[in-house]
Design a protein around this ligand. Structure first.
Ligand code: TLP
Length: 346
C-alpha cells in the first residue's frame, strides 16, 4: 500500500527533468567562481526576486544563519516572531553561532504588528543591545503556512527604516505565498533588504537555498558561507535541478494549495478535530487533536499504522503538508484514516 507522506514538502523527490539536468550540467569550481551552472542559477534567482545578487547555500537553515551574520554584529538584537523557524527550529544557531540576542514578538497568524515592532526597537542607551535586524517569515510555517502580504511587509519596513534597521525575510516558501496571493514574488521582496528562499521544499529540487539581496550583502554572505564550511566545489550538480525548479515548478504549487484546502475542509468536518480554517492559506495544515484526548505523537502513531505520515507539532498539534507527491485520492485516504481514529477514540 502506498504511504501517504504528509510530513513535509521537503520529502518531494527530484523530477526526471531535474535528474537529466544534473547529468548534463556544465561544472567548475564554485569556490573559485568558476561553476557556470551555479552562476546561472544565482543570476536567475536574483532576477526573479528583483535584487542585485544571489548566493547558493546548502540549506534553508544555513541561508538564515549566513544572512543574519552578514547583517549583524555579535551582541546585537534581532526581532523575530515568537514561533519563527529561525527562533524555533534552527538549533539556536542565531545565538550559538551568530552571537545574537533574539527579541521575540507574538504575531497574528504569523504576521508581526508594526506597532509591536516599533515598541520593541531599542533606544540608543548604553545599557541596551542595539536592534540590528527585523525578520519576517513568508509563508509562516508554524502559523500554518500563512502569507504576509505586500502591504503588511511595506508597513513593517516603514517602521524598520525610521530607525535605519534592515528587514530580512525567511522566504523558504515565498513561491507558495506568491501563488496564493496571485502576485509576482517581486511584490513580496520589494520592501525587504534581503531574503532567502528554498529550492528543496514544494519546488521539488533535491538540495539548496538561495540568499538574495544587494551585491555587498551577498559578498559578505559568501565569505561567511565559506567560514561555515558551506563553500562547495562542483555545485552545479545542485544548481542544475534548482534552475528546473525555478523555471518549471512554481505554477503547480496551486495544486498543493487546492489539496490542502480539501484536506482542511475535510478535517473541519470530523468531530473533535479542531482547525483554524482561515489560517490554511497555502500547503500547510495544522490541527489540534486534543479533543480526541490524544497527544500529537499518539495520534501520528495511529495514523502511521494506517499508512499516513504526519508530523507531531508539539502538545496536541499535528501538521500535514501537501506537495507534488500528494494527489486528491491521497487526501481522501488521509481523511478516512483520521475519521477512523476519531471514531475509535470514543
Ligand atoms: N522547515 C522544515 C522543518 O524544519 C520544520 C519543514 O519541514 O517545514 N525556514 C522555514 C520557514 C522552514 O520551514 C524551513 C524548513 C527552513 C527555514 C529550514 O530549511 P532547511 O530544512 O533546508 O534547513
Amino acid at each position: 500500500m502506498k504511504q501517504v507522506d504528509l510530513r513535509s514538502d521537503t520529502v518531494t523527490l527530484p523530477t526526471q527533468e531535474m535528474l537529466e539536468a544534473i547529468v548534463h550540467a556544465q561544472l567548475g569550481d564554485d569556490v573559485l567562481g568558476e561553476d557556470p551552472t551555479v552562476m546561472a542559477l544565482e543570476d536567475l534567482a536574483a532576477e526573479k526576486m528583483g535584487k542585485e545578487s544571489a548566493l547558493l547555500v546548502t540549506s534553508g537553515t544555513q541561508a538564515n544563519l549566513v544572512s543574519l551574520m552578514a547583517q549583524t554584529h555579535r551582541g546585537e538584537e534581532v526581532i523575530l516572531e515568537s514561533e519563527s523557524h529561525i527562533y524555533y527550529y534552527e538549533v539556536g544557531g542565531l545565538s550559538a553561532v551568530a552571537g545574537l540576542v533574539p527579541r521575540t514578538l507574538k504575531g497574528h497568524r504569523g504576521v508581526l504588528d508594526p506597532r509591536d515592532i516599533e515598541a520593541a526597537i531599542r533606544p540608543p542607551d548604553i545599557h541596551q543591545p542595539h536592534t540590528a535586524l527585523i525578520c519576517i517569515e513568508n509563508t509562516h510555517n508554524r502559523a500554518g503556512g500563512t502569507v504576509v502580504t505586500p502591504k503588511q511587509i511595506e508597513s513593517i519596513n516603514e517602521v524598520a527604516k525610521e530607525d535605519k534597521i534592515g528587514l530580512y525575510m525567511d522566504g523558504a516558501r515565498i513561491f507558495n505565498a506568491a501563488v496564493a496571493l496571485e502576485v509576482d514574488p517581486k511584490q513580496l521582496t520589494r520592501h525587504v533588504d534581503s531574503l532567502m528562499f528554498c529550492l528543496s521544499k514544494g519546488l521539488s529540487a533535491p538540495i539548496g537555498s538561495l540568499v538574495v539581496g544587494s551585491h555587498d550583502f551577498v559578498e559578505r554572505a559568501r565569505r561567511i558561507r565559506k567560514m561555515l564550511g558551506g563553500g562547495m566545489r562542483q555545485a552545479g550538480v545542485i544548481a542544475a535541478p534548482g534552475i528546473v525548479a525555478l523555471e518549471k515548478m512554481v505554477d503547480r504549487l496551486r495544486e498543493d494549495h487546492d489539496n490542502a484546502k480539501r484536506l482542511a475542509d475535510g478535517l473541519a468536518r470530523i468531530d473533535r478535530i479542531s482547525i483554524d480554517l482561515p489560517s490554511v492559506q497555502t500547503n500547510i495544515i495544522i490541527f489540534d487533536v486534543g479533543g480526541l484526548s490524544m497527544t500529537g505523537p499518539e495520534f501520528t502513531a495511529q495514523l502511521g499504522r494506517r499508512g499516513v505520515k504526519a508530523l507531531d507539532y508539539g502538545g496536541t498539534l499535528v501538521r500535514m503538508v501537501t506537495h507534488r507527491g500528494i494527489e486528491k485520492d491521497d487526501v481522501d485516504r488521509a481523511l478516512e484514516a483520521v475519521k477512523q481514529i476519531a471514531e475509535g477514540s470514543d
